[in-house]
Design a protein around this ligand. Structure first.
Ligand code: 13P
Length: 259
């Protein structure tokens, strides 16, 4: 369903990929694409390239939203290797991913840490993208809803009011980087569950929150996802590393799949 609040959002998460020249080229291409689509376009580059990406998309007031891939819960201190939400905001970022699957599973971020990083993001004025999703083992064990609910509830608990911004990304771990995306039906079930869970706390937020699908999104499958009423966009990894694949995904229209 496309309402003004749920304008489709297509975001590229570059993860730890690309050199300086790649970052500039991909960002310049995203700037062009953002002018060709009614979708919102966002980029989540590696920290060292944030400044040049912000500049390449057009600086303050640019159409392309630029955000960090994670942030630490604390505003400053002895946390070698970490970046605070305030630093991202100071640089000109508008958003940040919280609890991406790789942060949870490779770097060991707990639900509590993710919730605190989300609280820090809100405090700094950033739009948090709360990432949730089950592993293959959890899905096989019938725990998908329990896992997603646990991750979601921890994040929702730090929202200070109905006015706090929030985007949710459903990224089943087994679909990330595997070339094995969820089916639109699987995405529909998970997204409906997430929206319902949010509705139990805040029906107004549930009606307006954007829930993105992520996991092996490609030009060939984006229409199927955007045809699902509860899918409000995509969080794209591998296919965001080439403007030839990112552009058609970013320009896909909601509700255009054949069936
Ligand atoms: P892929 O699109 O490479 O599967 O990655 C998805 C993802 O993790 C985006 O955040």
């Amino acid at each position: 369903m496309t309402t003004p609040e749920r304008r489709p959002l297509v975001a590229g998460n570059w993860k730890m990929n690309g050199g300086r020249a790649d970052a500039r080229g991909w960002a310049e291409a995203a700037r062009v694409v953002a002018d060709q689509t009614s979708n919102e376009v966002a980029l989540f580059p590696p920290y060292p390239w944030l400044g040049l990406v912000l500049e390449a998309v057009g600086g303050a007031g640019a159409k392309v939203v630029v955000g960090g891939q994670a942030c630490h819960p604390e505003p400053s201190g002895a946390f070698t290797g970490a970046v605070s939400a305030g630093m991202l905001a100071d640089l000109g970022c508008k958003s940040v991913l919280c609890g991406h699957s790789e942060r949870r599973h490779v770097f060991g971020e707990s639900d509590d840490f993710v919730a605190k990083s989300m609280a820090a993001a809100l405090e700094a004025g950033l739009v948090p993208v709360l990432c949730v999703g089950e592993t293959a083992e959890e899905r096989e064990a019938g725990q998908t809803e329990a896992v997603v609910a646990r991750q979601l509830d921890a994040g929702l608990a730090v929202l200070r009011s109905g006015d706090d911004p929030l985007i949710v990304a459903y990224e089943p771990v087994w679909a990330i980087g595997t070339g094995n995306p969820a089916t639109p039906k699987e995405a529909a079930e998970a997204h409906a569950f997430i929206r319902q869970r949010i509705a139990e706390r805040d029906p107004e937020r549930a009606a307006t929150v954007r829930i993105l699908y992520g996991g092996s999104v490609k030009p060939s499958n984006i229409d199927g996802f955007l045809a699902v009423p509860d899918v409000d966009g995509a969080l794209v990894g591998g296919a965001s590393l080439d403007p030839e694949t990112f552009a058609p995904i970013a320009c896909a229209k909601a509700g255009t799949a054949d069936g």
